[in-house]
Design a protein around this ligand. Structure first.
Ligand SMILES: [Zn+2]
Length: 462
């Protein structure tokens, strides 16, 4: 096991800590030897930092959902080494060009909170009581089997994201340096490198890895491959997540989620054996009940460095705007009890949510009727009313008859697992558009004996 320190330079010479730097050509990264296997890309935080300033950033950040304080600072430090911008790259005022600068076949999976400092290969960050001269923090690095990072409590730590933190030490900057050790880099003599053995000031500038650090991580894991899977967006509707991107395998994909509860082993929550669609640009699966807010990653069908995607933040909360409520169109015609029946719905037309109800009001009490749907709109006289739904080449489909109650109301939860919506050419598949209307008996009107509501225009969501 090797232990690598980050120190304050004022104390460095006295400690001889600069002796940790091997003799090298000027201005270049060096390597510890070895790399983190794909099974060791997780990191967790045992948040036992004692300074109030280490956990006083309580502003929610959508790029780092569900967490605050030191945990977010360390999360930011880790994603800076990632192959791509982390989501839209936002989160650090010191890095206006974004977090995620590595450009290598290396990405890490945030796995939330640990409940202890763990062992030397538990991949956990934590504070260590005490001090050791000028040493700020250190990394224990078995490398291929994992690592552990500790921050001495003797310093006053700050979680940012402010850059003007006075004499306090920046958790994010120091974490970025230490995580560089964890992934296999030794100290660099390059000016401005995050992996320089000592910092001056607060350490804020260490948050952003330099060209030398980038060359280092690329030397260990390879320059980001052209066929490396890549996430460019995530949407959640109901319990279903849709991941869009590029280079997903045709079969045997995995989606890695952040664990939802504290503790665990750091092993990501995984959904496996997924088949991609749309030419390897889309994956759809249900969100596991044990997953929580954090990052998602996609693993292709292998275990090489270039089989794991970038990390994409998501709070796993359904995103409303992508699933719209149906809208009414056409007209309802007067019937025997009033101005006409009006169609309505409750819930969203989401396959995954499976919580959508069709309704109709203003129907003659206790009369029977049928909800039916088709692929296009029309407007033509029919019975005592107006027909608003036509086939549109997709057919017209009807549900089982429903009886209005004594108030003239009809309500019908849609069973997504049954005919006519479950399968066939009338299937309510994600992305399909349908037009729905209610056709009901009305003998008391003295006309044709039946009438129609107005209609709904709706697009089915994932
Ligand atoms: Zn170091």
């Amino acid at each position: 096991m090797q232990t690598k320190h980050l120190i304050l330079p004022a104390l460095a010479v006295g400690l001889g800590a600069l002796l940790l730097v091997p003799a090298q050509d000027a201005g270049a990264f060096t390597l510890l030897g070895g790399s983190l296997s794909q099974s060791q890309r997780d990191f967790r935080v045992f948040n036992n930092f004692t300074d109030s300033t280490a956990n006083d950033n309580t502003t929610p950040d959508p790029s780092f959902p569900g967490y605050q304080g030191a945990v977010v600072a360390i999360w930011k430090a880790s994603v800076e080494w990632g192959s791509e911008l982390h989501g839209d790259g936002s989160g650090d005022p010191h890095q206006p060009n974004g977090l995620g600068s590595g450009g290598a076949n290396f990405d890490a999976s945030f796995q939330g909170l640990a409940t202890s400092e763990g062992t030397t290969n538990s991949n956990v960050h934590s504070e260590l009581s005490g001090s050791s001269g000028g040493v700020l923090a250190f990394t224990e690095t078995p490398i291929s089997d994992g690592w552990r990072i500790k921050y001495y409590s003797g310093w006053t730590w700050d979680d940012g994201p402010d850059t003007n933190i006075g004499s306090r030490i920046d958790i994010q900057g120091v974490a970025c340096h230490e995580y560089g050790h964890a992934l296999g880099l030794d100290h660099s003599t390059a000016t401005g490198a995050t992996m320089q053995p000592a910092i001056s000031g607060s350490g804020v500038t260490q948050r952003s890895i330099s060209s030398d650090d980038i060359a280092g991580v690329q030397a260990v894991y390879g320059v980001k491959a052209g066929n490396k899977p890549r996430i460019t967006g995530v949407t959640v509707v109901g319990n279903q997540i849709t991941i869009t991107g590029a280079n997903f395998a045709s079969t045997s994909n995995q989606v890695w989620f952040t664990q939802g509860s504290s503790g665990g082993t750091g092993t990501p929550i995984k959904v496996t054996n997924l088949t991609s669609t749309n030419g390897g640009t889309q994956l759809v699966c249900n969100v596991p009940s044990t997953a929580g807010p954090g990052d998602v990653l996609v693993r292709n069908d292998g275990t090489a460095n270039d089989d794991l995607s970038n990390a994409w933040p998501t709070d796993l909360q359904p995103s409303g705007p992508t699933c719209l409520s149906p809208s009414n169109y056409c007209v309802s015609s007067p019937n025997s009890v009033g101005s006409g029946a009006v169609i309505d719905s409750v819930g969203l037309p989401s396959v995954a949510a499976n919580d959508f109800t069709l309704a109709c009001y203003g129907v003659p009490p206790n009369q029977f009727g049928i909800f039916f749907y088709g692929g296009s709109q029309v407007s033509s006289a029919f019975g005592d009313g107006i027909l608003c739904v036509a086939s549109g080449g997709l057919g017209v489909y009807r549900f089982s008859p429903k009886q209005a109650d004594a108030f003239g109301d009809v309500s019908m939860p849609v069973n997504w697992g049954a005919a006519p919506v479950a399968s066939g050419s009338g299937q309510w598949a994600s992305g399909t558009q349908w037009f729905v209307q209610f056709w009901y008996r009305d003998p008391a009107a003295g006309g044709s004996g039946f009438n129609l509501s107005d209609a709904l225009d709706m697009t089915i969501c994932p």
